[in-house]
Design a protein. Structure first.
Length: 363
């Protein structure tokens, strides 16, 4: 630990004695200062109970230390260059956002970024106590193929246009302000008007595995309901956007349902996936590129398909899987875009790539 006295807080731009009202009046968190080739980031929490920081990815939990007998709890966390990460304060098993941080992700998460992390234009800051507005248009979908009922929200950004199917739609509705971000991107000319369709998921492992049921249901059940909803939507130029297992499913759809999906924006796709990978002690330790690479080696015709690949630059074990599939997709004739985000396996780090790559897919 670097903190040895009250003066050390001043290195982070904080003033006043820790735990006093003057200190908390100006306190902000997290705050980073340079440290070699990375950063030391100070996290603060006001309270009476012991707590720890839980990160979405990248790090194991970090305990907070108490400053004397005050209500000031702190942790110094060394972060690498170019990192954006979601975190929570964990207290007796309950999760809380950081009230000193204006950038939240839902009611119980906050987002930290090192000073050298690239900006994410169009994404507004929403505090931990903020409530994201929901799109007015909604579809009640009773799926025969998938079973059960689900509510699908639809939002015409810029008046509506090509369908952008957002897998894991509830995350983009309730954690990250996708409607506001897409509205801003359309208004700024970074993409044409689009119709966002937020697809909720009941069982990610089952629905996002390389199986046809989800995409048959999207084709035969969901898209007709979207067209009938009265919201301007063009499913003929649909972009499918997915992350992690959702990215895997989007690529599977482009391979097996080419008449339905020819434009994909995927972030950190789970390209280690094989039918038995989830049962392995080390799922990422199997064949490089998993089932998607094996399918691509059969040389399907992907001419006319546009695929944007993005993965967190700190996801070291994911990179070989992604790199191989990126190469094989290009060899199969797809138009490919490749990028790396300043993140680990974390939706907060993928947000800029989502907007940029959807715009590229529609170019």
């Amino acid at each position: 630990m670097r903190l040895v006295g009250e003066d050390t807080f001043a290195a982070f731009g904080l003033s006043g004695a820790p735990g006093t009202d003057d200190f908390w009046a100006s306190a902000r968190s997290p705050v980073a200062i340079p440290d070699g080739d990375g950063w030391v980031t100070l996290f603060l929490r006001r309270g009476s109970e012991a707590a720890s920081i839980g990160f979405e990815s990248w790090s194991e939990p970090v305990p907070l230390l108490r400053w004397g007998a005050t209500d000031c709890w702190y942790a110094e966390v060394r972060m690498p260059a170019r990192l954006r990460v979601t975190y929570q304060f964990m207290v007796d098993g309950a999760a809380y956002g950081d009230p000193c941080n204006p950038v939240g992700a839902g009611g119980d998460r906050s987002v930290a970024a090192t000073p050298d992390a690239p900006a994410q234009p169009h994404w507004p800051d929403v505090g931990a106590d903020g409530v994201l507005p929901l799109p007015r248009a909604r579809i009640r979908w009773s799926s025969e193929r998938l079973g059960g009922r689900r509510t699908v929200r639809v939002h015409p950004a810029g008046g509506g246009g090509p369908v952008v199917l957002l897998l894991d739609g509830d995350d983009w509705l309730y954690l990250h302000p996708a409607t506001a971000a897409f509205d801003s991107a359309v208004a700024g000319g970074d993409m044409p008007p689009v119709t966002l369709v937020f697809l909720p998921t009941r069982d990610r492992k089952t629905e996002f595995g390389c199986r046809p049921a989800l995409w048959e249901a999207v084709r035969d059940e969901l898209l007709p309901l979207v067209v009938e909803s009265g919201v301007p939507a063009d499913p003929e130029r649909m972009v499918v956007a997915g992350q992690s297992l959702g990215g895997l499913s989007a690529l599977y759809a482009a391979l097996e349902f080419p008449d339905l999906v020819s434009r994909v924006a995927c972030q950190s796709a789970s390209l280690w996936w094989t039918p038995d990978a989830a049962d392995l002690a080390d799922p990422l330790g199997g064949p490089v590129g998993g089932a998607v690479a094996a399918r691509l080696r059969t040389r399907p015709d992907l001419s006319g398909t546009r695929i944007a690949f993005d993965v967190g630059e700190h996801e070291t074990r994911m990179l070989p899987h992604c790199a191989l599939v990126e190469t094989l997709a290009q060899q199969a004739g797809a138009t490919v875009r490749v990028s790396r985000s300043a993140s680990d396996h974390d939706r907060a780090g993928w947000r800029h790539a989502l907007l940029r790559d959807v715009g590229w897919a529609l170019a």
